[in-house]
Design a protein around this ligand. Structure first.
Ligand code: SAH
Length: 265
């Protein structure tokens, strides 16, 4: 068996459903927009096309644009990368190619519009950053591949580097989708029940209390009595105490940072 020479193209068979969600060329003014620079536009909306984020996308509560980095590639083969200056393994995305894609992305950016490169060297993404991004008008996200991008692009455009966590992915697309998901669910109207973002983990610097549902007994385990008591004051007190206990035990870093947070952060 011989391996096919080109791996990339033949596997590109986007399913109809996700493409349909993005086929809308019209831009809804004032709608939070994620603009993604990627070599793999067919990876979007991906999981964002499902469930609440997918419904919100269809309903126009947010919008998604992809910019195919390949279309800015050089020459007949639309090259986007080259070998690292100074030697070493892998390939680096070229600044001229990426720069052209960024120019395209930013040409229609309006208002507060962060320009972000997903990168393991970036500031760690967290709920506070999701809240900041949700307050912006949109965002441009650069998904790296291979060894990453030429440093000059980051310097020239003053790109903000953001990391999903202390591990290395093969590309920025999964990180972008995780960050968009966390941000979009904070946009007004996306979660049916707005109160649910106010009580969940990190909303006040605490992890969430345990949750239970029917049946009342399962495998000999029961639901804590207080939750079945109907006494809302006691229930709120219990939930708060559990939140504090879990946070203290599992995340001493969050627990000790609590005093220094400002409300709404
Ligand atoms: N050589 C780079 C890693 C490149 S990984 C380094 O050592 O820092 C290839 C691409 O995956 C990166 O350009 C980036 O866009 C993305 N990526 C990898 N890990 C990531 C993380 N933790 N958070 C966000 N993006 C990440």
């Amino acid at each position: 068996m011989t391996e096919p020479k080109s791996h990339g193209r033949k596997s590109i068979r986007p399913t109809l459903k996700p493409r349909d969600l993005m086929a809308e060329p019209v831009h809804l003014a004032g709608v939070w927009t994620a603009r993604i620079i990627t070599l793999f536009p067919q990876a979007f909306p991906g999981v964002l096309g499902e469930s609440l984020t997918g419904k919100a996308l269809k309903d126009g509560l947010w919008q998604l644009d992809t910019i195919d980095l390949r279309t800015h590639g050089i020459g007949r083969h639309r090259n986007v990368d080259d070998t690292p200056a100074g030697g070493g393994a892998g390939m680096v995305l070229r600044p001229d190619v990426l720069g052209a894609a960024i120019d395209e992305a930013q040409a229609t950016a309006r208002g507060a519009w962060p320009l972000v490169y997903l990168s393991p060297r970036g500031a760690r993404f967290d709920q506070q950053m999701a809240r900041r991004l949700a307050r912006a008008d949109g965002i441009t996200m650069i998904c790296g591949r291979f060894e990453g991008v030429d440093q000059r692009v980051l310097d020239h455009y003053g790109v903000e580097e953001v990391s999903l966590g202390d591990f290395v992915l093969t590309g920025g697309e999964i990180a972008a989708q995780a960050m968009i998901d966390a941000t979009v669910r904070l946009l007004p109207g996306v979660l049916g029940n707005a109160a649910s973002t106010e009580e969940e983990s990190f909303s006040d610097g605490l992890l969430e209390h345990p949750q239970y549902t029917r049946p009342a007994e399962w495998q000999g385990r029961t639901i804590p009595d207080v939750l079945m008591s109907g006494h809302h004051g006691e229930i709120a007190k219990w939930r708060r105490a559990m939140s504090e206990e879990i946070t203290r035990e599992r995340r001493p870093d969050l627990w000790s940072a609590r005093g220094s947070r400002s409300p709404g952060d």
